[in-house]
Structure formats: C-alpha cells, structure tokens
Design a protein around this ligand. Structure first.
Ligand SMILES: *[C@@H]1O[C@H](CO)[C@@H](O)[C@H](O)[C@H]1NC(C)=O
Ligand SMILES: *[C@@H]1O[C@H](CO)[C@@H](O)[C@H](O)[C@H]1NC(C)=O
Ligand SMILES: *[C@@H]1O[C@H](CO)[C@@H](O)[C@H](O)[C@H]1NC(C)=O
Ligand SMILES: *[C@@H]1O[C@H](CO)[C@@H](O)[C@H](O)[C@H]1NC(C)=O
Ligand SMILES: *[C@@H]1O[C@H](CO)[C@@H](O)[C@H](O)[C@H]1NC(C)=O
Length: 488
C-alpha cells in the first residue's frame, strides 16, 4: 500500500474549501498542522519535563517590567463609537510593551464589572488560531459586553457578558494578531507556543503593575480552540515563574478551556466519529476511516486519505463550527438596522466586527495604532506540541481548578475529541455525569473528575457564548465560584 507522508494536514486544510469557511480560528490550526508536519521540527519539548513541585526552579529569568505610572488612566476608554446608552462599567484599551528591544507590544481590551468590580475575580480570555484575535472574536462576538450591529458601526449590549461576574481582559496574542505588533517583523515568522506563553506572562506582570489594585485578585485564564494550547501553557508558565519570590506572584486559581485543541490524535479521531454519529458521514466512510487511518502516525495510507476526502465531501456546505446553524448569505452591511439581540444568532457577525474595528474613530477610541485590522493573521509557527495532556496533568497535580467545556454542536473540535482526549488522563470520576440547568432547561451535562471538571453546553457550537450566551454565563459563573453548574 502506498504511503502518503504528511497528507493528513493537507486534507484537513481541504475542509476550508469544501465548506466555504471564513477565516476562522481553526483554519489557522489546519495550516499550522500542515506546515509543521512537513517541516518536522522537534516537538518533544520541555513543557512536561519540569516538575512544578521542584523548588530548584531551573528556569529563573527576570521578566521585563516597564514603568507603568499613569498608563492606566491613559488607557481609559471614554466611550466606544456607537455604544448604546447607559454603559455602567469601566473600559480600558491600550498596549503593554513586552519586549522593548524588538519594540513588541501587545494590545488588550479590559472591561470591569458594572457591580462590585473590586470583589470580583480577574479573568483573561484568549482566542486561538493560532493567529486569531481575542478582541474580534471573544470580545465582540462571544462574551464581551457589546456586539456589533449589522450596520458595522454601532453596538448593542450583551446582557450575558462575562463581565457580569468578573473583570475581563481580552488579549490580542501573540504579536502580529489584531492590534498587537512588533517593530521587528521577524517576530511574525518566529511565533510559536513558547514565545506566546512567555510574552503573555510578561504582559500580565506589566499589566498588574499598571492596574496594581488587581495584583492579589483571584485570577483565571479562559479561552477556546487553539487556546487549548495557550491557556495550559500560560498557566504552567505562571506557576513556574511564581516561584521567583522577588517577581510578581500571580494569584492563579484556575483555567477553563472550550472546544479546545489539546491532543492531535484524539482531536482528529473524535472529529470523524462525530461526523458519523451526527449523521454527517456515511457508514462506509466511518468504517473506512476506522479501518485504514491511524491518526497516531504521521504517515497515512492513500486509502485513508481517500476516505478522509470522501468524509469531507459528504458534509456538504455547512458551518462546521456550528453544524445546525444557518450560513451567512451576504457580506453586505445593512444600513437601516434596528439594534440586534444576543438571542438572535447572526451568522454574518464577523463581517460587522471587521467593519467596526477598521473604523478610524473606533481604533482611536480603543487607543489602538492605526491598523488594517483582521480577525486572523497567518504567523510563522515554530513550536507546537502534538499533545497538551501532560501539561494539563501537571496543572491538575498542582491543584489549580481545571475545567474543559464543549459546545456540543461544534464539528471541528467536537465533544467526542474532548472526551477521547480527557479519557487519556485516566482520571477517576467523583461526580457522575448528570444534566445541569439554566433557565429551566438542560444547559448541558457535567462530570466531575478527580482534579478536573468536564462540562458540555447544549446547543452551542465552537464559540459557545455566541450560540448559548445564557448557558455559557451560567457555566462560567459556576466555574468561578468553584461549584458545579446548577443541577436543578
Ligand atoms: C515601534 O516603532 C514606532 C515608530 O518608531 C514607535 O513609535 C513605537 O514606540 C515602537 N514600539 C515599541 C513597542 O517600542
Ligand atoms: C531577584 O532574584 C534574582 C535571581 O536570584 C537576582 O539576580 C536579583 O538581584 C533579585 N532582584 C531583587 C530586586 O532582589
Ligand atoms: C513515515 O514515513 C517516513 C518516510 O517513508 C519514514 O521515514 C518514517 O519512519 C515513517 N514514520 C512513521 C511514524 O511510521
Ligand atoms: C492598510 O492597507 C492599505 C492597502 O494595502 C495600505 O495602503 C495602508 O497603508 C495600510 N494601513 C495601515 C495602517 O497599515
Ligand atoms: C492510562 O491508562 C493506560 C492503560 O492502563 C496507560 O497505558 C496510560 O499510560 C495511562 N495514561 C496516563 C496519562 O496515566
């Protein structure tokens, strides 16, 4: 049988054409997987080697800390153009330099909670890609306080925004994404998981100098998709650097990752099984893939490749990130629009956000550099482990709260991929699988493992808070309070 080397990733990339997908978070992942297989760099790296309970701390390096005096006040946003009346919380936007020599600076948008912000935790949100914007997706389409109207110019309020229960930072990461930049453009071709974690850590230390009232606040990291890499790696970096007692200690309490890419082999296997169990693929394709594809191996047979292409064709033109959702049929903005509602899912929202974030007055209001903003950028990616499970295992062992959640209508990093990956951790079940409720309906299902919680969100796609804003808020509130979501 002929062996095709490095074909899996090309085939996954094919999905993009078959499904007419927009520039989206996982398309960049496809490109990454494709390129890294063909370059074959050394994956085995040190994420899982250093023991967090080892006090010797072999990785001491002082972090760059710039002068932050007065910058918090300077970053305060008066108002965003087109924002609705009655905005009752503080918003900030600006840059934090993470490497003064290169001139590398990361852009953040920070929203405080309208009520009792001083008693609420601090949450960082990261989108994935790699190369996609936490401002354009996380803040403006998912869990932020505003969404963009179909005119591309005005905003409406998201009543289920996560700043109801936390103070939330959206970080454009790494440099080259969204408004974040570097004056040394080589930084765009040398991106990777390690650099992203280091720079995000430096960002946090400096940001906490700028907002010192948050220094000792309970801190959580959340994110989705390829942030299944970023979030555990940043958490690991923080725990490791916290051991430098003369450096800022970040009060990390937990992480939550949604539809997270955490293990290549189980990710792909779970995707094809999902296609079959959701009646998107035929029995023949499923049987062929099970028989001929070994996703643990880089070299897939040509027979396997044929079944993968067949599987992609059988899907038809659907939004693979939200398999039952309508498609965006027109890229035009709508001039006379009434204000939108988070309860009405609009598949064209990315177009409105793209328009809004490219308005000069919007960039000025955010304190962003004048930029041709785009939701995802193609960056050169030099390192990306094939699995994050060892890192997650270390976080569990360190005792921080670890939640994995999954919108159960996502076909790209589906619930099966998460379950197969989690099963590899061999965790014992402490609280059996059971439904949880939000507004009198089953919001999803949850299972409590020893050291980790897994929750589904019923009826949500890849971007959970976009499709199920109320359920997402119920779930994340429970996470922050160290409870399971309500079981009645
Ligand atoms: C990047 O270069 C511009 C133009 O020289 C400069 O204004 C800016 O401060 C530099 N950015 C950083 C982070 O040093
Ligand atoms: C912090 O620790 C490092 C490494 O031990 C040391 O080189 C540095 O001088 C210390 N800085 C301060 C301010 O104590
Ligand atoms: C994949 O194929 C290449 C070239 O045929 C071979 O050198 C390599 O050992 C194979 N890898 C695996 C994991 O089978
Ligand atoms: C945006 O792109 C246009 C067209 O490529 C270019 O002329 C312009 O200088 C760019 N603006 C910025 C701020 O980079
Ligand atoms: C889980 O159990 C299997 C079978 O006993 C074993 O091969 C594997 O190494 C275990 N994995 C972990 C992460 O402990």
């Amino acid at each position: 049988m002929e062996v095709l080397k490095n074909q899996t990733w090309l085939l996954l990339f094919l999905f993009c054409f078959l499904i007419l997908c927009k520039a989206n978070q996982i398309d960049n992942l496809n490109k990454l997987l494709e390129s890294r297989r063909s370059n074959n760099p050394p994956w085995a790296d040190s994420w899982s080697i250093e023991e967090l309970d080892d006090d010797r701390n072999p990785h001491y390096s002082p972090v760059y800390v710039g002068l932050q005096d007065g910058l918090m006040e300077a970053d305060k946003i008066d108002a965003l153009p087109g924002q609705p009346e009655g905005v009752d919380f503080n918003q900030y936007g600006g840059y934090v330099t993470v490497d003064p020599k290169a001139g590398k600076s990361l852009f953040y948008y920070f929203v405080e909670s309208p009520q009792d912000s001083a008693t609420k935790p601090l949450v960082l949100w990261l989108n994935g890609g790699p190369g996609c914007s936490s401002l354009g997706y996380g803040a403006m389409i998912e869990l932020g306080p505003f969404r963009v109207n179909s005119d591309g110019k005005t905003l409406f309020r998201n009543e289920y925004a996560w700043n109801n229960v936390a103070n939330v930072i959206f970080l454009e990461s790494p440099a080259g994404v969204g408004f974040s930049y570097s004056n040394n453009t080589a930084d765009y071709t040398n991106s990777g998981d390690k650099r992203t974690a280091e720079d995000s850590y430096t960002f946090l230390v400096n940001w906490l100098e700028r907002f010192p009232q948050y220094k000792t606040r309970d801190f959580f990291i959340t994110g989705e998709s390829y942030a299944g890499h970023y979030v555990p790696q940043l958490a690991y970096t923080i725990l490791s650097k916290n051991k430098n007692t003369n450096q800022t200690v970040i009060n990390l309490k937990g992480i939550a990752i949604g539809n997270a890419w955490i293990d290549d082999e189980n990710g792909i296997k779970g995707m094809y099984d999902y296609f079959w169990t959701r009646a998107l693929n035929s029995d023949e394709t499923n049987a062929g893939i099970n028989k001929h594809c070994n996703f643990a191996n880089d070299n897939l047979s040509s027979t396997c490749a044929q079944y993968m292409v067949q599987g992609a064709r059988e899907l038809g033109i659907i939004d693979i990130y939200n398999i039952y959702a309508p498609l965006c049929k027109s890229s035009a903005l709508k001039s006379s629009s009434s204000a939108g509602s988070v309860k009405d899912y609009d598949p064209c929202s990315e177009i409105y956000v793209n328009s809004y974030l490219n308005l000069a007055e919007v960039q000025t209001a955010f304190h962003a550099k004048s930029t041709n903003w785009s939701s995802c950028s193609r960056l050169g990616w030099t390192d990306s482990p094939t699995t994050i499970l060892p890192t997650i295992q270390q976080l569990i062992a360190s005792g921080i709260r670890v939640w994995i959640y999954s919108g159960d209508m996502d076909g790209r990093v589906p619930v099966t991929s998460s379950r197969y990956s989690i099963n590899r951790l061999n965790l014992s079940v402490e609280t059996a699988w059971h439904p949880w409720y939000s507004s009198g309906e089953v919001g999803g299902y949850v299972v409590g493992y020893k050291g980790m919680t897994f929750s589904t969100v019923r009826g949500a796609g890849h971007m959970v808070p976009t499709n199920q804003p109320e359920r997402a808020l119920t779930m994340i509130s429970a996470f922050l309070q160290e409870k399971l979501p309500p079981s009645s």
